[in-house]
Ligand binder design. Structure first.
Ligand code: VGL
Ligand code: ZN
Length: 212
């Protein structure tokens, strides 16, 4: 793994779902192992450094209504982390309720002074959305439009969780034609196995895997 290697021209930074509910630091409802105080500190420092270098910063924010389909509490008889078929051909992992709109668990834990665009995901109660670009119903977020507006061709991506929202956002970024660099040391995953295979899959799609 090399240090982050992109030239900064036409490059944007996507910080995926660095929110209280995904951290051990805040004893989040869906805490990702290793998303502790030191991790949050490192992600904050890196993000501020990129902004000082002049790179535009885009946050994705998991932002669910209380009646969201992905919460096991909204699907009677299901248990957390169980995978169910919610309709013909569409599966859904049952998550503990997390990142509910306007609750402390949904708060992004990065302090930054300069301008940042924030893109909300998972706002439709009927569809989950691991990707920052597109939900499971095929509905677009504002992310691609913002990146085009800003002339971005290359993306540096990191955040939570490697095996879910980071993975889906990276894949869609590649599909949308962006050149992608993943900063692996600034990511944490829910499980080591699925995180390792997510990173291998990213590499096979031409993503550069770097340190922080
Ligand atoms: C995420 C599970 C459910 C993530 C979001 O940010 O990776 N994972 N919602
Ligand atoms: Zn979610």
């Amino acid at each position: 793994m090399a240090e982050q290697s992109f030239s900064i021209e036409n490059t944007g930074v996507i910080v995926v779902d660095v929110q209280a509910d995904f951290t051990e630091l805040k004893s989040g409802a869906l805490a990702v192992p290793g998303a502790d105080a030191q991790y949050i500190d490192e992600v904050g420092k890196a993000t501020r450094r990129f902004q000082e270098q002049g790179l535009p910063i885009y946050f994705t924010k998991d932002w669910h209504p209380a009646d969201h389909v992905s919460f096991f509490t909204n699907n009677p008889g299901t248990k957390p982390f169980q995978e169910i078929e919610i309709e013909e051909g569409r599966t859904q992992v049952m998550w503990p309720p997390h990142c509910v709109q306007n609750t402390p668990g949904a708060e992004i834990l990065i302090n930054i002074k300069g301008p940042v665009e924030t893109v909300e995901t998972g706002t439709n109660p009927k569809f989950d959305s691991y990707s920052g670009f597109l939900d499971d119903g095929g509905n677009k977020t504002d992310l691609d439009r913002l990146l085009r507006r800003d002339g971005i061709r290359k993306l540096i991506i990191y955040g939570l969780a490697t095996d879910y929202c980071v993975k889906a956002t990276v894949f869609h970024a590649v599909e949308h034609g962006y050149q992608v660099e993943l900063l692996a040391d600034l990511c944490r995953g829910l499980s080591p196995e699925t995180s390792d295979s997510a990173i291998r899959e990213m590499e096979s799609k031409g993503v550069t895997i770097s340190k922080g």
